[in-house]
Design a protein around this ligand. Structure first.
Ligand SMILES: Cc1cc2nc3c(=O)[nH]c(=O)nc-3n(C[C@H](O)[C@H](O)[C@H](O)COP(=O)(O)O)c2cc1C
Length: 208
């Protein structure tokens, strides 16, 4: 097996190190975050750090990289409090990836890709049209991570749209059925296939 001590990790060439460390924790969720500034400028960007925080209340978080450069998603969320999370379908993962390019705020990633914005009910921020799972999120709080100047942004699910054929009787969303992508490292996109669901586990009973 390849082995990297902490000393070796620290000495790695930058790109090699970020590829390595971004891959080692396993597959990551792939989401497009849709936002809009108060002035009406739409924004959409890819994020691989969206994670479950709790179900009651329904909370999700994501990590925002250091705000030493302009972070339009973060700025818009702080300005309006509303954002959307949209799963990335196999058909548009290349466009989704392109949203990571650093465009000026006045340029919407919806205009430079085939991704289309969609408005639903009274949600201020745009959803990504045809995304199999779309969530309307309300900003709740943020925690600065002082160790690396990132920010954990926490939001509450205000509304959840799911393509009908993915939703099973017990609330399980069968992501495999929708060809929803997941991310390996920084730039590898893959489509997982569900093997099997397992029952709730209880401790085994051993005879004394
Ligand atoms: C696969 C992938 C995953 C990413 N995940 C994150 C993330 O979790 N947090 C983050 O701050 N940036 C992440 N980025 C970088 C943002 O997509 C990039 O900074 C983008 O320009 C942000 O757009 P904005 O300035 O419009 O918000 C990721 C980029 C890629 C390609």
């Amino acid at each position: 097996m390849a082995y990297f001590s902490r000393k070796k990790i620290d000495a790695l060439q930058h790109l090699y190190k970020i590829n390595l460390i971004n891959s080692c924790s396993g597959f990551k969720s792939a989401n497009l975050i849709g936002t809009k500034s108060k002035a009406g400028e739409e924004n959409v960007a890819v994020f691989s750090s969206v994670t479950h925080i709790g179900s009651s209340p329904p909370l999700l978080g994501f990590f925002c990289r250091p705000t030493t450069v302009m972070r339009h998603t973060y700025e818009n969320i702080k300005e309006t409090g509303i954002y959307t999370l949209n799963s990335i379908h196999l058909d548009n993962f290349e466009d989704a990836h392109h949203t990571s390019a650093k465009y000026k705020k006045s340029i919407s990633e919806f205009d430079v890709t085939n991704l289309a914005s969609e408005y639903k009910k009274d949600c201020f921020s745009p959803f990504v049209k045809d995304s199999p799972i779309q969530l309307e999120m309300q900003f709740v709080t943020e925690y600065p991570i002082k160790e690396n100047d990132t920010i954990l942004v926490i939001g509450e699910i205000k509304g959840l749209y799911i393509n009908d054929d993915l939703l099973e009787d017990d609330g399980f969303i069968n992501l495999s059925k929708a060809n929803i992508t997941t991310i390996n490292g920084l730039d590898g996109y893959t489509i997982p296939k569900l093997k099997k669901r397992l029952a709730y586990q209880r401790p085994k009973i051993f005879k004394q």
